[in-house]
Design a protein around this ligand. Structure first.
Ligand SMILES: [Zn+2]
Length: 273
């Protein structure tokens, strides 16, 4: 009760002080439909000398995120000429449909295709367990995922790329070992969190013998791998980086464990328009 009186008094004081805080520009109008955030009351003793800015989300400047681009929220100060505050809203996930029938050929890796129903980004999805060559061994002997035993192990995937692709985002689909007791919290690591902590990546991808530059520095949790059951995180599609072009015809992708924290993968995605 006492607090609400202070709050009201402060709000009145704040509005009375507009003339001295507006830098001659006067009060910025509150856009239609905007809801004002509550005034943060300072103590009644000092409120006579303090100006409290009131921020309001401006729906006319809000940009909704899509699966192709980030969005933003914009807050305007409604009682001073302070610069707008912007909050970036992360991209939404694509809305994938059902995978195609698997495309297979003798001696080649199998893959599926898919398409986002919203932005029509397409995907070629390589079956990570369908390598044409493996160096080292798969730690996961259940046949469910690919998890290399040691650093330097790699798998190669080859097939006939049906068409040339440009601006291709490469991602892996899988999960990391995750123990809730904190003994193996791989969800807090990412593509770059090597034990040596030297800034190099845990895994590497080569496409037609060209290294993919991995640009994603998020943790696996930030990429969607949250705590799951039995020491496994949930599955997530983790975007690694983008390669400018992939030619039609003979295609080869090499996936290598460099210093992996028990990354278990089932698919490698190539996403393009
Ligand atoms: Zn999309």
């Amino acid at each position: 009760m006492k607090f609400s009186k202070i709050l009201m008094a402060s709000a009145m004081l704040a509005s009375m002080m507009l003339a001295s805080c507006g830098n001659g520009e006067g009060e910025q109008s509150n856009p239609a439909g905007a809801s004002t955030s509550s005034v943060k009351a300072s103590s009644s003793k000092s409120s006579s000398s303090k100006f409290v800015a009131q921020w309001s989300k401006d729906p006319t400047l809000h940009v909704e995120p899509t699966c192709e681009s980030e969005g933003k929220d914009v807050e305007r100060c409604i009682n001073s000429s302070a610069a707008n505050k912007e909050t970036i809203l992360p991209k939404k996930a694509h809305t994938w449909g059902a995978k195609s029938e698997k495309v297979t050929a003798e001696g080649k890796s199998g893959y599926w295709t898919n398409e986002c129903s919203v932005c029509h980004t397409k995907a070629i999805i390589i079956d990570a367990l369908n390598w044409t060559k493996i160096e080292g061994s798969n730690k996961d002997n259940t046949g469910a995922t690919l998890k290399f035993s040691t650093n330097g192990n790699y798998a190669e995937y080859e097939f006939n790329m049906p068409t040339a692709l440009t601006n291709v985002t490469v991602g892996i689909y899988g999960w990391v070992d995750y123990w809730k007791d904190g003994s193996n919290n791989n969800d807090q690591r990412g593509f770059f969190s090597t034990k040596a902590n030297d800034g190099s990546a845990n895994v590497g991808v080569k496409i037609n013998d060209t290294d993919l530059t991995i640009t994603n520095h998020k943790t696996y949790e930030e990429m969607g791998m949250s705590a799951g059951e039995n020491g496994n995180s949930t599955f997530a599609l983790c975007e690694m980086g983008t390669i400018a072009s992939i030619a039609a015809g003979d295609f080869k992708l090499t996936y290598t464990r460099l210093e992996s924290y028990n990354l278990n993968i089932t698919e490698i995605w190539l996403m393009y328009k």
